[in-house]
Design a protein around this ligand. Structure first.
Ligand code: CA
Length: 243
């Protein structure tokens, strides 16, 4: 897609001349002939760059620039009169990326437009990269934390909550829940769970596993109206991913 440029210039012949040159370079061009309509257009539509004359009827270019800067980030090149040094300084202070003094050679204007576009493109890329990094950071799972629906299992802090509500678990219940969450969608046999929860050297009935599952169901499923731990007949237990 070609870049869009708004040309704001009350001398219509000059505006038309700039428009033709820019179109020849492949830019898409809109024109405005006074400050008020320029501001309205610039706020309403998205432009990649604005060429803004300073001496304008209704609202001068400096005022347009100031109001525009409060609303959006768009590179602005000011068109200033030859001796208006104050305009140049004030314009750059107000956020213009560049200025060009009238009368100007069209090649110079085109060169400055290219530079301004390139800079703003790089800034845009940098901003987007920053945003993506911030988003990634936000959505990255915390280390040692597993979740299932509103359940949050925090291994490091040894803390389990459902929708922010604390769930008190014994050590073995905690281990069991952690093991099931870690192996989500994998059916774990009673023997496997027993090993994980009670250790290899535990001699006893595997139905102790059923007891812990019952405890967990009472504390989670029944308290919060969910069906988290599922029984797979003849095979064992599983926590399935949310759908
Ligand atoms: Ca003018």
């Amino acid at each position: 897609m070609s870049a869009r440029i708004l040309v704001v210039e009350d001398e219509e012949k000059l505006a038309r001349f700039i428009e033709l040159e820019l179109m020849h370079e492949g830019y898409e061009v809109e024109k405005a002939f006074d400050g008020r309509s320029a501001l309205a257009l610039a706020l309403e539509e998205d432009f990649d760059l604005i060429l803004l004359d300073v001496m304008l009827p209704q609202l001068n270019g400096m005022e347009v620039l100031r109001r525009l800067q409060q609303e959006k980030k768009v590179p602005v090149i000011l068109l200033t009169a030859r001796d208006a040094v104050m305009d140049k300084v004030a314009g750059l202070d107000a956020g213009a990326v560049d200025y060009i003094t009238k009368p100007f050679a069209i090649e110079e204007l085109l060169a400055r437009i290219r530079v301004a576009m390139k800079l703003s493109g790089m800034q845009k890329l940098a901003r987007e990269a920053e945003k993506a990094a911030a988003l990634a950071k936000e959505s990255a799972p915390e280390e040692g934390v597993m979740t299932w629906e509103a359940l949050r299992f925090d291994e490091k802090r040894r803390r389990v909550t459902y929708a922010g509500q604390e769930i008190e678990l014994s050590n073995r219940e905690f281990l069991m829940l952690g093991t099931l969450l870690q192996n989500r969608d994998i059916v774990l046999s009673r023997e496997t769970l027993l090993e994980k929860v009670c250790g290899y050297d535990y001699y006893g009935e595997t139905n102790i596993v059923d007891v812990y599952v019952r405890h967990l169901r009472a504390k989670i499923d029944e308290s919060f109206g969910v069906k988290m731990i599922q029984t797979v007949r003849g095979a064992g237990y599983v926590i399935r991913s949310e759908y």
